[in-house]
Design a protein around this ligand. Structure first.
Ligand code: GDP
Ligand code: MG
Length: 166
């Protein structure tokens, strides 16, 4: 089984950290500065029963200038070409306008969309369920999975569930 997976989410939610964790090498540029990762960066994870090609899609955001506009077009094109989409949010921040902009772009996607709630190491467990309930109303997610990309919590589970969709 193999497939392409696009990762979308607001700047700093942990997209690059996730890619680096699963692929085990520094392929995406990590920074606290938004939009360091300007190009589609592909990381390939191959194990005994699956191959997953991850595409970091940093261009899904409100364009502020012409270059931004080009990036948004590229990113939206990518979304229609992949087999699956991972929408990553930051558990610490909760729902915001930046998320809604992305959610609007995901409404028309026919492929499975995973909601990945990252940075769960930063929140009290009691805060997780309300967050899940809130997002559940926004889009028909194929799966909702909380992780910590930094500490690796639940990442194996996420990968195993993703494999079942390939
Ligand atoms: P991106 O802009 O979505 O690619 O986000 P990055 O991967 O560059 O991460 C932004 C910041 O969040 C970095 O300082 C990361 O170390 C931090 N970060 C990413 N994932 C986690 C996590 O699961 N827990 C915590 N505490 N920090 C994280
Ligand atoms: Mg990044």
């Amino acid at each position: 089984r193999s497939g392409f997976i696009a990762i979308v989410g607001r700047p700093n939610v942990g997209k690059s950290t996730f890619m680096n964790h699963v692929i085990g090498q520094k392929i995406a540029i990590m920074s606290d500065k938004p939009q360091t990762t300007r190009n589609k960066i592909q990381g390939v994870l191959t194990d005994h029963d699956a191959q997953m090609i991850f595409i970091d899609t940093p261009g899904i955001h409100k364009p502020k200038h012409k270059l931004g506009d080009f990036m948004v077009k590229t990113a939206e094109q990518t979304l229609n070409e992949v087999d699956m989409v991972m929408f990553m949010i930051n558990a610490e921040e909760g729902y915001g306008a930046g998320d809604q902009y992305i959610l609007d772009r995901l409404q028309s996607i026919k492929q499975p969309v995973f909601l990945v709630i990252n940075k769960i190491d930063q929140i009290h467990p009691d805060h997780l369920l309300p967050l899940i309930e809130e997002y559940r109303t926004k889009l028909d997610f194929a799966e909702i999975i909380p992780i910590s990309a930094l500490e690796g919590n639940n990442v194996d589970h996420l990968m195993n569930v993703m494999k079942t969709y390939l």
